[in-house]
Ligand binder design. Sequence first.
Ligand code: KG4
Ligand code: ZN
Length: 353
Amino acid sequence: MVVLGIETSCDDTAAAVVRDGREVLASVVSSQIAQHAGFGGVVPELAAREHLRAIQPVVETALRESNCTLQSIDAVAVTNCPGLVPSLLVGVSYAKGVAAARGCALVGVNHFLAHIYGALLDADLGVVRFPVLALVVSGGHTALALIEANGAARILGATLDDAAGEAFDKAAKILDLGYPGGPIIDRLAKQGNPVAIHFPRPLMGGTGRPRREEDRFNFSFSGVKTALLYAVKGRVVTAAEMSDLVASYQAAVVDVLVAKTLDASREFRAGTVVVCGGVACNSRLRQEFAAAFAGLELPLRIAPPRLCTDNAAMVAGLAYHSLRHGVTSGFDLAVRARLDHDLETVPFAPGVA
Ligand code: KG4
Ligand code: ZN
């Protein structure tokens, strides 16, 4: 089954053609970084206008690269939540147009679950052990989710304020380093000392546990950002200090992500741990997760970088599993900004009825 996937939830216009949920025949991403860089963040209306401009050429390129035509695809899948509403509307309306013209199935896809599937796209799902504990770290989300073998899924904890990606992007804005901050900080931090400056590890507490039990799997990054702001306020930062600052800041963010994921993996007896989303590209995060899970009999799957940041292969791939179970969307498919903490049944779990 060949699925055309479309992704426009934030600032990347993406299309992909995926066969049977695994074989990526083409995956095209058109980035809007240049358009938003001057603002230091994504401007929703501008993003929607750019999607309108980019979507047709991006889909055409994906079809051409995959040697497919609209006639040869079996279904069209599109991210319909969570995300920026004006951006989502462009992709969803386009996908409805394709489905109507072609008379093929339409599948609305949850972007958060698609990120998780991105880390498993290359995997043999038959050998993936459940429950799967997933850390999703992107510009829009930071959350730990647990997926049971029967497809039941729930959010164990999430950020109370900024997402991890936002923590990097806002730090880069404070330090005037450019946009998006994550990759810039990642690069600069390589020359710095990660223990040079102490930054707080929020909601971890001195012993690794937060004061309030209900925050055990929650995150908070706005305090680290404020600490950074005070560390540089009113003074000139030298180049050497700058790399120490960002290395220490990055270490604080990564420490919290690793510690909470490890804690949750033990508490919920995870069979597999998945790390995904744009921030999972971070080189220190990848090293620290690999080191923390190295001695454990617990498979760790960090999404490959091309499937960490927003893409449509993860959308088309996840939709294949919905289609396998006969789950499709109607033309009344709506868009939604927020992540619903009662996640829908995850279609790639082995025990889905
Ligand atoms: O998943 P994604 O492409 O979009 C959302 O769904 O939000 O994630 C984008 C986020 C941005 O905040 C960006 O700064 C961050 O991922 N990011 C990184 C790295 N590459 C991208 N953060 C840290 N280190 C990186 N290497
Ligand atoms: Zn994303």
